[in-house]
Ligand binder design. Structure first.
Ligand SMILES: Nc1ncnc2c1ncn2[C@@H]1O[C@H](COP(=O)(O)OP(=O)(O)OP(=O)(O)O)[C@@H](O)[C@H]1O
Length: 562
């Protein structure tokens, strides 16, 4: 008998099956098995015969079935995990191999340079606006998204010099490569007729400077950083391109339930989201009413409203979502809809979205995108560091700047008054006499907002209040009452009212000066909208920080104010 034939018999000794009686002398060989192991084997054997330790309850057959099922499930999970790990490993190996092949071709200097760039890139990418997936896979898009839109021939035939002259005429500053031409009429931009008719009915007949350059750039599929003073019509500039994209996608293949959205507009506050959503709904219904365009479905995705109210929008193909970050993430995580077909992302008040607290949320939202998107960042103010950062995160962006970023609207007369802290309330009443209503009063502090409202109500002034701690209903009621003219004065905290478009505000009173000058610009921007003039009165005193006063001084000088 050879050695090979001999060994398996030896191993059999350890097997739980009893030795065969006719086994010959091979069986007399019993290798040493440590006590602990023997004990374990004995225990296992007893268990397989159904004997259990006293502490364990006797098992019922259904327990066994459950246990088996559990085991199967665990096994399946283990296998799934192993499969995933193997795929990741293979991918990593593939990337590594490719990189090694590329590296072999490079000189030492090139490699050193690349290493430096990588370190810099790693630092920057911590704050990049790209999705984690893109960052992880090193995906870098270099070309803007293609759209079917082209400017009319007569505009395409104009020279660069003619475009420049037109931009100068409207004080539009642009930066970027191959900038699409400015277009002076909505019709020449090929805006659908039903929307043209609707805009005309609202006395919106020719585009504002930000629209004139921003819309052609956005229609061309370009990423945009759009900066234009408050009340200059930015909303239309970023909503119309999304409508056009949605129409184009719907024409290719109509959306059915579970598909969409095509694009998303992110806003920093519920009120702003609500306002933009309402505009979107009107424009889309004008299109559908005409019978020449399909119905585009919009969803408002903000905290404080129940999703069942919005259920109807999810029962059909979804085209447009207007959202605040928190609720949007919630909906995406719950898979109420996906970004599989989403190719348009616009952030309103983008500087605030990136700078203040929302950054992680924004990055989280980015991680849901599965394909290249067109990204648009709009705001009245855009600090340089955010501009630079945004520029790096976008693809071949076009920067459109109407008036210096952060500059105040020149249609607002800015008055700054020294008012002692304890005299503010009383002076406020006097100040309200400067103009007829409607008037907005801003304070940075929620309690102060409540105190001012209470004081005004006591003095017989019809005032409503809005700040972050009010419920959604209270906030909506206040906005509605003020917009409709039922209330003369709105007292508001800066954050809650940013970007809101109220009709013909005569006077903005800044009861307590915000620390950031950008917030001041947004607040005074509630008046002097769409070409009308307004007054802003700001109270300052010993409590106002010196830096804030200096910023204010430069802003006033720049705006040519006293
Ligand atoms: N081309 C236009 N001609 C006349 N009015 C317009 C035009 N475009 C928009 N408007 C009107 O101007 C007002 C302000 O527009 P919008 O709210 O878009 O300003 P904004 O630039 O977004 O301001 P903010 O920075 O405060 O959010 C709206 O009532 C809008 O209907």
């Amino acid at each position: 008998m050879s050695d090979d034939e001999f060994r398996p018999k030896r191993r059999r000794v350890r097997s739980p099956s009893p030795p065969k009686p006719d086994d010959d002398d091979d069986d007399s060989y019993v290798p040493y098995v440590p006590v602990a192991q023997r004990r374990e084997e004995k225990f296992a054997k007893l268990q397989s015969w159904g004997v259990r330790s006293g502490r364990e309850r006797p098992k019922k057959p259904q327990d066994d079935a459950e246990e088996k099922e559990q085991e199967l499930k665990e096994e399946e999970l283990r296998r799934e995990k192993a499969r995933r790990e193997r795929t990741l490993l293979l991918e990593a190996q593939e990337v590594h191999k490719k990189k090694a092949a590329e590296d072999a071709k490079k000189t030492v200097e090139e490699k050193a340079e690349e290493a430096d760039a990588e370190i810099l890139e790693a630092i920057k990418s911590r704050r990049k606006l790209a999705s984690d997936m893109e960052l992880a896979k090193g995906i870098k898009y270099t070309e803007s998204l293609e759209t079917s839109w082209r400017p009319p021939r007569f505009i395409r035939e104009r020279t660069e010099e003619q475009h420049r002259k037109l931009r100068d005429k409207y004080h539009i500053i642009v930066e970027g490569d191959d900038i699409p031409p400015p277009i002076e009429s909505f019709r020449d931009m090929k805006v659908p007729q039903p929307i043209l008719d609707y805009l005309k009915s609202k006395k919106i007949t020719s585009p504002t400077p930000i629209q004139l350059q921003g819309i052609p750039a956005a229609f061309s599929g370009r990423d945009i950083i759009g900066i234009a003073f408050t009340g200059s019509g930015k909303t239309l500039a970023f909503c119309l391109p999304l409508i056009m994209t949605a129409l184009e996608e719907e024409a290719k293949l109509p959306f059915v339930q579970g598909e969409g959205p095509v694009g998303i507009i992110l806003c920093p506050s519920r009120e702003l989201a609500n306002q933009t959503y309402e505009n979107m709904v009107i424009w889309c219904s004008e299109l559908a009413k005409s019978g020449k365009y399909p119905q585009l479905n919009c969803l408002l995705c903000i905290g404080g409203i129940s999703m069942s109210e919005q259920g109807h929008a999810l029962n059909k193909g979804l085209h447009i979502v207007v959202a605040t970050p928190g609720r949007l993430i919630d909906m995406l995580e719950k898979k109420r809809f996906t970004f599989n077909n989403c190719k348009y992302l616009c952030m309103d008040e983008a500087d605030r979205m990136i700078d203040l607290g929302f950054e992680d949320d924004v990055r989280n939202i980015m991680s849901f995108f599965k394909r290249q998107r067109q990204t648009l960042l709009f705001s009245a103010t855009m600090p340089r560091k955010i501009q630079d950062f945004a520029r790096e995160s976008l693809i071949k962006p076009v920067l459109v700047n109407v008036g210096r970023a952060g500059a105040a609207n020149l249609d607002v007369l800015q008055v700054v008054e020294y008012v002692k802290q304890e005299a503010k309330m009383v002076y406020l009443l006097e100040c309200l006499q400067k103009t007829p209503p409607p008037v907005i009063i801003f304070s940075e502090n929620k309690n102060e907002v409540d105190d001012i409202q209470e004081y005004l109500l006591l003095k017989g002034v019809e005032a409503v209040a809005i700040h972050g701690s009010k419920t959604q209903e209270e906030r909506q009621y206040a906005i509605k009452a003020f917009k409709s003219g039922a209330k003369d004065v709105m007292v508001a905290s800066g954050v809650a009212s940013k970007g809101l478009d109220f009709n013909e505000i005569q006077h903005v009173i800044i009861f307590s000066m915000p620390k950031e000058i950008e917030d001041y610009v947004h607040q005074i921007g509630r008046t002097g909208r769409s070409g009308k003039t307004g007054i802003a009165t700001t109270f300052v005193n010993m409590n106002t920080p010196e830096q804030t006063l200096l910023d204010l001084k430069y802003l006033l000088m720049e705006a040519g104010q006293k």
